[in-house]
Design a protein around this ligand. Structure first.
Ligand code: HEM
Length: 194
């Protein structure tokens, strides 16, 4: 069945690709450092970090809706979402601001609690990727969406997805590592029971 680049099919294809990008990032992270067990951050920092991909998911969905409503949804004859791309772009940018605010809180929390360098580095990479992506998004918005910038914005979305996933893996693995060590300790027979 031909869909003629129906925007919902294109959007689902894009979002599914981002899920694959995130899955590959997890795989590469785990394979590169199978025994990595950095010190665990406080539980509340773990929750803040896990909230990042949730907010990013909202940003990505809104971005796909903007594209599906605007000039780059498909070829010229392709149907568009019956949504206002101008308004959606603003909502998309507002969601990005929420993401950046959350990221700043995570970054400050990791520094204040002297989190391991791997976790702080991962947060800084995400700051860099997000700011660059935000800048490309803003410039393309005010310059009537030139194709090279739109393409760079799609690549940037993938890089932000990689950086977000890497930060989550770095923090979550530390927590999982601690649980594993606790389980191993409690499974060990105590001296009294030997
Ligand atoms: C972390 C920051 C950002 C991320 C991850 C992001 C992500 C995305 C994604 C995934 C798309 C859809 C791509 C596609 O379906 O082909 C998109 C489209 C778009 N974004 Fe962003 N974006 C970010 C920041 C911004 C900002 C700050 C603006 C400024 C208004 C912006 C404006 C736009 C516009 C206008 C489009 C539609 C482009 C088109 O014609 O296809 N983005 N964004």
């Amino acid at each position: 069945m031909r869909q003629e680049l129906a925007p919902e099919v294109v959007a689902v294809h894009f979002l599914a690709s981002m899920v694959l990008v995130a899955a590959v990032t997890v795989l590469v992270d785990v394979l590169r450092r199978p025994a990595a067990r950095p010190r665990m951050p406080a539980r509340w920092i773990g929750w803040l970090v896990v909230a990042l991909p949730v907010v990013l998911g909202v940003v990505l969905v809104l971005g796909a809706l903007v594209t599906g409503s605007g000039p780059h949804a498909g070829d010229e004859r392709a149907r568009r979402f019956a949504l206002d791309p101008e308004l959606l772009s603003r909502v998309h940018a507002d969601a990005v601001l929420v993401f950046l605010a959350l990221l700043v809180v995570v970054l400050v929390a990791l520094h204040v609690t002297a989190a391991p360098p791997t976790q702080r580095r991962a947060a800084w990479w995400l700051v860099a990727a997000s700011l660059a992506q935000g800048a490309v998004g803003y410039v393309q918005y005010v310059t009537a969406l030139p194709v090279p910038l739109v393409a760079a914005h799609v690549v940037g979305a993938a890089l932000v997805t990689v950086a977000t996933t890497h930060l989550v893996v770095t923090v979550v693995r530390a927590r999982a590592g601690r649980r594993g060590r606790q389980a191993a300790r409690s499974a060990r027979p105590s001296p009294a029971s030997r």
